[in-house]
Design a protein around this ligand. Structure first.
Ligand code: GLU
Length: 330
């Protein structure tokens, strides 16, 4: 029998591609979406990676590829999303609120009208951490001390100012207020060049595991419960919280929980980011919720309902489409 020619085989193969029913619509072009996060040892960065990992599994279906950028944090991310440098950003819920209302860092720029909410993620609590030899045990002890108050693009900077004012204090009461990133602060504290620093982050975090394992021992400074209550009364976006010290056995604290206040990490985007792009990100994270939850220990208490709380910007139509389809919203 005559063997079928190579050409015949190739033609048959080509026809099978052309005429076979395509089970999944595949987008011809790949679009890119950058997610702004925070320092690599924080929780925003692994959160960006977790979202990207889940969405990128379907990159051929949606023609969408997410990438993750390490940034200065919440304030930077809001501004980079608004300027079009990023499609998505992870930001503290209090920063989302302030950007929408044109307060705090947005007082001069005014309300960020194009900012859109996608979903909320883990809760983040504010930590004031001091070295053993600084002698700091309470907030008033910060008087005259060198404190890293957070880099200008960070979320924590505003949280610290808010809490200081509950104690009737400002930066002027500190010996020195340094605008350093959390990663730099921890190193400088270990070098004995600063006494304390602040960071608003999810727990447990790689950052505090490292910061509590250095040669110089550190203590998480508790905030007074009446000051926390007064802070929450004044600012609707804060909630009371406790940091479980079992996460950080290297810290000097003997108590099991350190009282503080918290916000939520939220994902934001801009009104002109395409609906199908935001839909894809929302749908994939929610439909793979259990897989997502396994990607970081700070997601332990995450629920789908909780992921719909803490948003003040209007919800992006792409996210809303999914929430309605899934029966999570009216
Ligand atoms: N909450 C911090 C900020 O907004 C970032 C925390 C993190 O990277 O996990 O700057």
């Amino acid at each position: 029998m005559k063997r079928p020619s190579v050409w015949l085989c190739a033609a048959l193969l080509l026809m099978s591609f052309v005429f076979s029913p395509n089970p999944m619509p595949v987008q011809a072009e790949t679009r890119f979406a950058a997610i702004g996060t925070g320092a690599v040892t924080g929780v925003y960065y692994p959160t960006g990676l977790a979202i990207a990992k889940i969405v990128n599994e379907k990159r051929r279906t949606y023609g969408l590829r997410c990438s993750v950028e390490s940034t200065g944090g919440s304030v930077f991310n809001v501004n980079a999303v608004m300027s079009g440098d990023l499609e998505f950003g992870i930001v503290q819920s209090d920063r989302q609120y302030q950007a929408v209302h044109g307060t705090a860092e947005w007082t001069d720029m005014g309300p960020q009208k194009g900012l859109r909410a996608v979903f909320a993620i883990h809760s983040e609590s504010h930590v004031l951490c001091a070295s053993e030899n600084s002698g700091i045990g309470t907030v008033p002890d910060l008087k005259g001390k060198a404190v890293a108050v957070g880099n200008p693009g960070s979320g924590q900077r505003g949280n610290f100012i808010d809490m200081l004012s509950e104690y009737g204090m400002t930066y002027d009461d500190l010996g020195r207020a340094e605008g350093l990133k959390a990663s730099e602060s921890s190193k400088l504290l270990q070098d004995g060049r600063i006494d304390a620093f602040v960071y608003t982050v999810g727990h447990p975090s790689a950052f505090f595991k490292e910061a509590t394992a250095g040669r110089i021992k550190v203590r998480f400074i508790p905030f007074d419960r009446d000051k926390i209550a007064a802070l929450i009364k004044r600012h609707p976006y804060y909630v009371p919280a406790e940091i479980p010290m079992e996460y950080y056995p290297g810290a000097l604290n003997k108590e099991r929980f350190v009282p503080t206040f918290a916000v939520k990490a939220t994902l934001v985007t801009r009104d002109d980011v395409p609906e199908d792009m935001v839909y894809a990100v929302t749908k994939e994270v929610f439909e793979h919720f259990e897989d997502f939850k396994k990607l970081h220990p700070a997601y332990e208490h995450l629920t789908k309902e909780g992921m719909l709380q803490g948003m003040t910007a209007p919800i992006h139509p792409g996210a809303l489409k999914y929430y309605r389809e899934a029966g999570l919203m009216e």
